[in-house]
Structures are given as C-alpha cells and as structure tokens.
Write a protein that binds this ligand. Sequence first.
Ligand code: NDP
Ligand code: MG
Length: 402
Amino acid sequence: MRAFQRIALLGSTGSIGESTLDVIARHPDRLGVFALSAFSRMEKLAEQAAATGAALVVVPDDAAADRFRQAWRGAGARPAIRVGAQALAEAAADPGCDTVVAAIVGAAGLPSSLAAARAGKRILLANKEALVAAGSLFMAAVRDNGAELLPIDSEHNAIFQCLPHGSRASAPTEPAAGVRRLIVTASGGPFRGRDPDTLHAVTPEQACAHPNWSMGRKISVDSATMVNKGLEVIEAHWLFAMPADRIEVVIHPQSVVHSMVEYHDGSVLAQLGQPDMRTPIAYGLGFPDRLQSGVGMLDLVRWGRLDFEAPDLRRFPCLGLCFDALRAGQGACIALNAANEVAVAAFLAGGLAYTRIAPVIAQALQWQAGRPSVTLGGLEDVLGLDAETRAHVLEWIGRAAA
Ligand code: NDP
Ligand code: MG
C-alpha cells in the first residue's frame, strides 16, 4: 500500500473537485487534503475546507479572500489563505503535498499544473487544456523532474489502464511497443442525432444537458461541439506519444466503453464502467492499488447492447479543426484552445450563437497560421500567444455583435 498522500486539489469547487473530495472522504486512512482552491464559489470552498481540515486555500483576489473569511464556519483553525495565480503555482509545488489534482478548467490551470510537474509531484491531470496549450513543455517537465503523471480524463485513464504494464511510464517519448492505435470513444453529446440546420437556436441549457455525464459548463459545451473530443485527441497525443493518424475517434452513445487500445496482433483492450468520474479519480488516487470509489457496478445485461459509429465531421466541424491544429503544431493548438474558451464563454453568456463557435475557432487558426512563427519554448511564450489570441477573438465577436 502507498504511504499516506497529502493532496492539493486545485479547482475543488468544480465537478471534478467534488468527485475527488467524495473519493478522498472514503479513505481517511490513506488520503488527506492539504490545499483547496476555488475561483468564485467561496461559500462552497469554506464548507470544503471545514470538512477536510485543509491547511491552505487559494483564492483569486483579496475580495474573494474576504468572502472566504465571512463564509468560514469551521470549528477548527481556519486554513491559511493565499491569493492570486502565483499562489496556485506555489501551492502545487509546496512541500506540504505529494499529490496534486489538477482540476481547474481552461488554460488558467496551466501554470499550476506545470509547477506541480517541475516540483516532481504525483499529478492527477484532469485539466486537459494544459496539455493542449503546452504539451511538450509539460511532458518535458514531468520527465526532467521525476514527476508521476496519471491521467484522470476518463478516456485517457481507460487507455492508461489498457496499455502494457511496463509501458505505463509517466511521460513516454514513443508509442508503447505492440500498440497500433488508440481508439477514443465519444458520446456524441446532446446534439448527436439532431439536424445541423436547427442548431443555430440552441441555448446554453440545451448544450449543457449532457445525456450521460454531469460536468462543468465549459466542458459540457465542448462535448456538444465535440471540441472536447478533439482536445482529448491532442491530450492523448502528448500523454502516450501517439501520432495524430494513430488516434481514432469513435462515437459510442452509451459511454460505457471509455476508450480502447488496439494492438498489432488484432487484440483490442477496452476499459468499461459506469459514466462516473469517481472511477478514474479513484484509480489515480490509489494507483497501483484499486480503491473503493462509490461507483455502482456495471450491469452489462441491463445495457443489452453497445453501439459504435463514425463521427460525421460535417455535423461536428470542431473535431476536424482539432485534428488540423494538432497536425499544424503548438501555435495552432494554443490558438484553438484560447479561441474555444473565449467563444464558449461568449455563448454561455448569451453573446454568441452556438453555430458561431466553429467559425470563430477556424478564424483563429487562420490568423495564427498567417502570423510570423515565433518560438514557443517557455510558459511566457505560451501565455503570450494565448492572451493575444483571446484579444483578437473578443474583438471579432464584439465586431460581429455590433
Ligand atoms: P468546473 O467548471 O465544474 O470547475 C472548474 C474549477 O476551476 C472550479 O473549482 C472553479 O472555481 C475553478 N476555476 C474556474 N476558473 C478559474 C480560474 N480562472 N482560475 C482558477 N480557478 C478557476 O469544471 P470541471 O470540473 O467540469 O472540469 C475541470 C477540468 O477537468 C477541465 O479541464 C475539464 O476539461 C476536465 N475534465 C472534466 C470532466 C468532468 O467530468 N467534469 C471529465 C474530464 C475532464 P469556482 O467554481 O469557484 O468558480
Ligand atoms: Mg473525457
């Protein structure tokens, strides 16, 4: 059994954060909370900190810190409060934790994920945007600093489980021996069977009503557009050192098969389970042991059948754009991710039609391809291009609305 793990859970108030706390609470003998972080939900953060006995919380600014103090009802000592993005990175690298759960949404999670890698932590990575924007930087930091990387995005966790034992290195530099392809499953989201001509009037509530998974709003919209699957293809490329043309996406509406690994001998290994993130989270927290996750068992007889189909790229243009970005390189991936984050936020705020998300991403890719190429070696370079893309996309959206 592994030694007791002290965990920094960054993004604790979100969907992954809450699922992680649920699993941690089941194993007080081996898992404890060192730090928690939130962005807007200070009441919830105060409840979580009181329930877990966290030593530290990280909040975005002084106003949030005040709100946290007012919300604090804990019986024990109030946790230390640290403020700002830099404090997130410091918490991830703090000697007080051995494990970092990276569950912040968006590129905002990149600096702290990278800091965890540089500090050689065990990292449970949910924050896929960090890999999309800075895959080579992040994976090199994992390798160079002896960090341990465990994917908890369900597809990547499934692939990790299906890889040959010896090939579950934290940051491989080449595809695992014997593996021909990775087959990433996708539910197809809430609009899988819908006539694309009716999508212009889609509301945020409809886009966020995922048929199988309960998730944060940004990833829910990403699932509807299938940007999420495209980001996951890029994520798989970095995690498993797999070229784009050896990663296939298959629509599987039941979300029971979480992904597969195809071997040269014709074997295909799959990981199955209920669509509940506590399974991959428990896998990551317990690895190499198996922990109780609270997830019910899979009843295949009740399911009766499992369906698979090829994705239709006319219906899901964003999926094709993600493959384009992966083939084009890191600058394109940064622009794609930033443009998507801005477009999805605008859609959720009622300022952009659902059907404009794909054209905005395509425009950002075109803009990026046309600008002089720059070196993207360090975190500052990545964040610079990310910020520049966001500014352009905001301007395009604003101009179109005027
Ligand atoms: P949520 O929106 O539910 O939660 C996001 C968390 O990040 C919250 O704690 C939020 O704080 C915090 N946060 C938001 N913006 C910032 C910011 N700018 N700086 C610091 N913290 C911030 O997202 P999910 O839990 O659904 O997703 C988290 C990550 O995990 C994403 O990268 C997603 O792609 C990935 N993932 C999620 C899955 C799921 O089932 N939900 C499945 C697989 C991957 P607050 O709530 O206080 O504002
Ligand atoms: Mg996923």
